[in-house]
Design a protein around this ligand. Structure first.
Ligand code: 3H9
Length: 622
């Protein structure tokens, strides 16, 4: 059995190093090993305090998510969560001060473990969070009970219903952490050892479950929970945010043990829900998407220090902003000085709205604007590591530009096209540097839409694919590698969605009925309302559908139910997905699921069209 926890005594303090690569997830045996080490430290007369720290790059990223896939019964779920509660309780009961030393992330069960310790010290760039809701879950190892006791119910509600991690300085200010430290992991260990000795010297042990000050105002807590319930946007089929509110409300109203018992019940409800199964599927599909044939972990990548964008339209401007948001300086080139001036204004205006809503300071806006250099010439293109072409969809224009780029940039510079229409191989040929050419298909507005389709040409080098995947992550987006097909995967899937909607219209359903059925299903907008609210090529797709006509399937027109509408549309999507896979444009059904969820808002709690169709089939076959 691997040693999931190393035990080492340093001058009277036991350092327990949690070691389960890559992210120290709490899988089978991990918690047992931690608990054994804690018991050993408590029993050791030479030990006055304990420090728990993660090996590698992070503290603990939570319970091992694979475990949830294997759960089939409520009893199993209850048994699992009861076991974690009991182990955390025993750690909390330790008679010597236990300090969690957090670097990287303390997420989910990782933060729950840290909160079961008596104190928490963290590196100042560490992040802590309860992201379970993003997996259709609630914290199931005491998080909903301990977190509000540390930071108060309002922030606990934010964290458990939103799932976003909190940076260490904010966690310190709110009471989740007790101290933060500058520097690397070694500095953190040193500071944790000193902190542990201080606590031991003072004989101090502070158990989170006994703290009540932040929960004293019961009326305010109840109001906060009610307001949060009312403010929740309905998320199709995902019960987790509501369950999180109920559990936090219980933390405010009930003693710790009673609240914990309710949390376990609510967790068991969530973990067996369809939404959780679907969201867990997407979690792993997203990680799988980063694994690409012919590209390994060792494939060399280029560090992108400076970028260029060709075309100062809305797409080009949005891409430039995406780069500077990630701290990468960018040349924004257009032949028209007026277009450049206009787009710089647009970017500034979009930043100003961030100032108004408090997410950016005016100084930060100036710093970001200063990272964009507008230009009408290719002069400085030999200084950049990537060029992204965002010009009009005209093959002649694009091939001529790629020929110029092949000469104006240095060898190794990535040449990316945003085209969804043309084959990147044609652009690769024109450039004279086929290995450097790749597609980066953005969705508008580029700086907010999370997806980039990475189009691998026949000659694209593996290091260019690897660099693109790394870059996309740095830009804060999700990348999926696809092969060429006209319109690529997202738009093609979307076209099948719109096409089927027209067929339904033809068969007697009304546009309003179709839109309503699909928004109830969880789509952000129905196919007929979509062109009013979305900024992807829906209008063009609709035009194509009208031009090519739709094959009428029914001879009769008549009443169509909402269930039929959803069934027809999801089947059409899955069937288009099957063609996409057969043609080799996507490698895995999961890739298509991610593309549809991030590209045009297929409800995540349904897992994507391929997952949904597969599950529906299984259910029907049953
Ligand atoms: C929970 O804790 C419930 C509790 O309340 C208890 C209930 C009873 N499990 O993302 P990356 C793998 S629910 C298993 O590429 P990064 C991941 O699959 C959990 N595996 O790295 C990948 O494997 P591979 C709550 C996990 O540096 C590898 O680690 N916690 C887990 O970009 C690298 O992942 C969360 O939801 C896990 N928990 O980001 C946190 N986490 O190499 C989920 C990661 O084979 N994790 N893996 O493809 C994350 O958010 C990110 O992984 C993290 C690192 C930010 C930690």
């Amino acid at each position: 059995m691997p040693a999931f926890a190393q035990y080492d005594v340093r001058d009277g303090v036991a350092v327990i190093t949690i070691d389960n690569p890559p992210v120290n997830a709490i899988g089978p045996g991990v918690l047992e090993a931690i608990e054994e080490s804690v018991e050993r430290g408590v029993a050791d007369p030479g030990v006055r305090a304990l420090v728990l720290i993660g090996a590698g790059a992070t503290f603990v990223a939570g319970a091992d998510i694979n475990i949830f896939r294997a759960l089939t019964t409520r009893e199993q779920a209850l048994e699992g969560t009861a076991m974690m509660h009991a182990r955390f309780r025993r750690i909390e009961d330790a008679s010597k001060p236990a300090i969690a030393a957090i670097h990287g992330h303390a997420l989910g069960g990782g933060l729950e473990l840290a909160m079961a310790c008596h104190y928490r010290i963290a590196a100042n760039d560490a992040r802590v969070g309860q992201p379970e809701v993003l997996l259709g879950l609630i914290p199931g190892a005491g998080g909903t009970q301990r977190l509000p006791r540390l930071c108060g119910p309002v922030m606990a509600l934010d964290m458990c219903t939103g799932g976003q991690p909190v940076a260490a300085p904010k966690a310190l200010a709110s009471g989740i952490l007790d101290r933060i430290v500058d520097g690397n992991r070694q500095n953190l260990i040193d500071a944790a050892l000193a902190f542990a000795r201080e606590r031991a010297a003072g004989g101090e042990i502070r158990r989170t479950r006994d703290r009540a000050d932040k929960l004293a105002d019961i009326d305010a807590a109840r109001r906060a929970c009610d307001e949060r319930r009312a403010a929740l946007e309905p998320i199709a089929q995902n019960p987790a945010p509501y369950a999180a509110i109920n559990a936090i409300e219980a933390a405010c109203m009930l003693p710790f043990d009673a609240g914990s018992a309710l949390e376990r019940e609510l967790f068991a409800d969530c973990v067996l829900s369809d939404a959780s199964r679907a969201l867990v599927h997407l979690f792993f599909a997203e990680r799988e998407a980063a694994k690409v044939a012919g590209v390994s972990r060792d494939t060399p990548t280029l560090d992108i220090g400076r970028a260029a964008v060709l075309g100062a339209g809305r797409l080009g401007g949005g891409i430039a902003r995406t780069y500077v948001d990630a701290g990468i300086p960018v040349l924004l080139k257009d032949v028209s000085q007026a277009a450049l001036a206009r787009e710089m204004q647009t970017i500034r205006r979009s930043y100003q709205s961030s100032v108004l809503n408090g997410t950016l300071t005016p100084e930060a806006v100036e710093r970001r604007m200063a990272l964009i250099t507008p230009t009408t010439a290719l002069d400085e293109f030999d200084t950049v590591d990537i060029v992204t072409e965002a010009l009009v969809e005209d093959l002649k224009v694009k091939t001529s530009v790629f020929a110029d780029l092949g000469c104006a940039t240095r060898a190794g510079c990535l040449l990316a096209s945003t085209t969804a229409t043309f084959d990147v191989d044609e652009l690769a040929r024109a450039s004279g540097r086929p290995a450097s050419v790749i597609g980066h298909h953005y969705f508008r507005p580029a700086y907010t839409m999370p997806l980039i389709e990475i189009v691998r040409g026949r000659g694209t080098g593996p290091e260019v694919v690897a660099t693109s995947l790394k870059l996309v992550k740095r830009l804060g987006k999700v990348g999926v590698v696809v092969g060429h097909c006209v319109d690529l995967v997202a738009n093609r899937m979307l076209a099948s969605y719109v096409r089927e909607a027209y067929l339904l219209l033809d068969e007697g359903a009304s546009a309003r009925q179709i839109d309503r059925a699909l928004t109830r299903f969880g789509m952000p907008a129905g196919p007929f309302a979509m062109e009013d609210v979305a900024d992807i090529d829906v209008a063009r797709i609709r035009q194509q559908v009208r031009q090519h006509g739709v094959k009428r399937r029914a001879a009769t027109r008549g009443a169509v139910t909402e269930d039929e509408i959803v069934g027809r549309i999801t089947t059409a999507l899955a069937s288009e997905g099957a063609h996409v896979l057969k043609e080799g444009c996507a490698s895995r059904p999961g890739d298509i699921d991610i593309i549809c969820c991030y590209g045009f808002g297929f409800p995540r709690a349904r897992g994507g069209p391929m997952y949904y169709a597969h599950n529906q089939r299984l259910t029907t076959d049953d």
